[in-house]
Design a protein around this ligand. Structure first.
Ligand code: GTP
Ligand code: MG
Ligand code: ZN
Length: 352
């Protein structure tokens, strides 16, 4: 694929054909060293739509005139190679950046501090502490399927904590409601939490208008397992988008990881929404046992009264938390969600 084609087909290159995308990157010219110093203070003038290691697609603010390649509203930029990753990813869709033309090429030369983020904490061996999937978003739409793939409350719980950590308001979207007669029973727990819920079907269109209203005028990010219908929801919200979607695998009954890179889309009614790749079943996702305690302060407080200082509040017979749940002092849904997170982590090798 030539650079020019890639410029024109960047959405395709970014969103569904990773190998083609990699080949395209391999053929792109190397960075040319740019002499000017990186700015200390700056006013951002563009928003990252999608990016690779060397290149970023940005949407420039109105008034920015020196746009180079790309379509009318997006510009393909080099990323100044002197920008260094800190503890978090250097760029994520939604990041506000400063674009300047250097040697005739639009170049990302600075990244503004993030107001909010959707991030996954890296595993022990990863280079970055936080892999940021989306930046500066208002709402995290946790997409789960009522069936196919099966509803997984553990993942919803993790995302609820992730939202809290990143300063983002969560919204639970239960999709594929057309496939079941009754909601999964665990939904009862979520209804008792102070949480916005949207029941939807991309098949029948149920709930799409409600979702549209909740997202109007906001920047949001879709997250969830592969195959739950994140990209399908986008297409329902705006049929002009034609984001690539794929059926579940016949053999594994799982999603096929169709979306491979996070991309920011701009829809009507001021809806800005970032589609993300579905997360893999055992991906490390953000929560250490200490954090669990931190995000369940009422459970942590109660746990001070437990007989054992390292009480997990799960297997122990004499446990103040379990007693408090029985007495209705600690909410049962909260405790269930705590338990799912703790046991889920133990299954994944007891990370501490
Ligand atoms: N019956 C039914 N099928 C749906 C619904 N929403 C999505 N699907 C189907 O589910 C499959 C997966 O949908 P995608 O939109 O590709 O899922 P995704 O979450 O974007 O998956 P990844 O990109 O792999 O993370 C497709 O075959 C969709 O047609 C729904 O509400 N009802
Ligand atoms: Mg997708
Ligand atoms: Zn206990």
């Amino acid at each position: 694929m030539r650079e020019r084609d890639w410029e024109q087909n960047w959405k395709a290159a970014f969103s569904h054909d990773l190998s083609r995308h990699r080949r395209a990157l391999a053929k792109l010219p190397e960075h040319s060293a740019y002499a000017g110093a990186l700015p200390g203070e700056f006013v951002p003038n563009a928003t990252v739509v999608s990016h690779s290691r060397k290149w970023a697609f940005v949407e420039t603010d109105s008034g920015w005139s020196e746009s180079g390649g790309g379509t009318a509203d997006t510009t393909m930029c080099l990323i100044d190679e002197r920008l260094r990753e800190g503890e978090e990813s250097l760029l994520a869709p939604g990041d506000r950046v400063l674009v300047e033309v250097a040697e005739g090429k639009p170049t990302v030369r600075a990244v503004a501090p993030r107001l909010t983020r959707l991030a996954r904490c890296a595993g022990k061996h990863d280079r970055l502490k936080q892999q940021v999937i989306a930046a500066n978003v208002d709402i995290l739409v946790i997409v789960a399927a009522a069936a196919c793939p099966p509803f997984r409350p553990g993942l919803v719980d993790r995302f609820l904590i992730t939202a809290q950590q990143g300063g983002v308001t969560p919204l639970l979207c239960l999709n594929k409601i057309d496939l079941v007669e009754h909601e999964p029973p665990e939904m009862e727990f979520y209804r008792e939490l102070d949480l916005d819920i949207c029941i939807a079907s991309c098949e029948t269109g149920e709930g799409i208008e409600v979702l549209r209203q909740k997202l109007a005028g906001k920047t949001s990010v879709l997250a969830g397992h592969s195959g739950v219908g994140k990209s399908s929801l986008l297409n329902r919200l705006d049929p002009n988008l034609r984001v690539v979607t794929r059926e579940l695998s016949e053999t594994t009954k799982r999603g096929r990881h169709t979306t491979t890179t996070s991309v920011l889309y701009e829809l009507q009614e001021g809806i800005r929404i970032i589609d993300t790749p579905g997360i893999r079943a055992l991906e490390v996702w953000n929560v250490s046992p200490e954090e669990v305690a931190f995000y369940f302060p009422e459970i942590a407080a109660c746990g001070m009264r437990c007989k054992f200082r390292n009480c997990t509040h799960i297997h122990e017979t004499e446990c103040a938390v379990k007693q408090a749940v029985a007495d209705g002092e600690v909410s049962k849904p909260r405790y269930e969600s705590y338990k799912r997170l703790r046991t889920g982590m133990e299954l994944e090798g007891g990370r501490t």
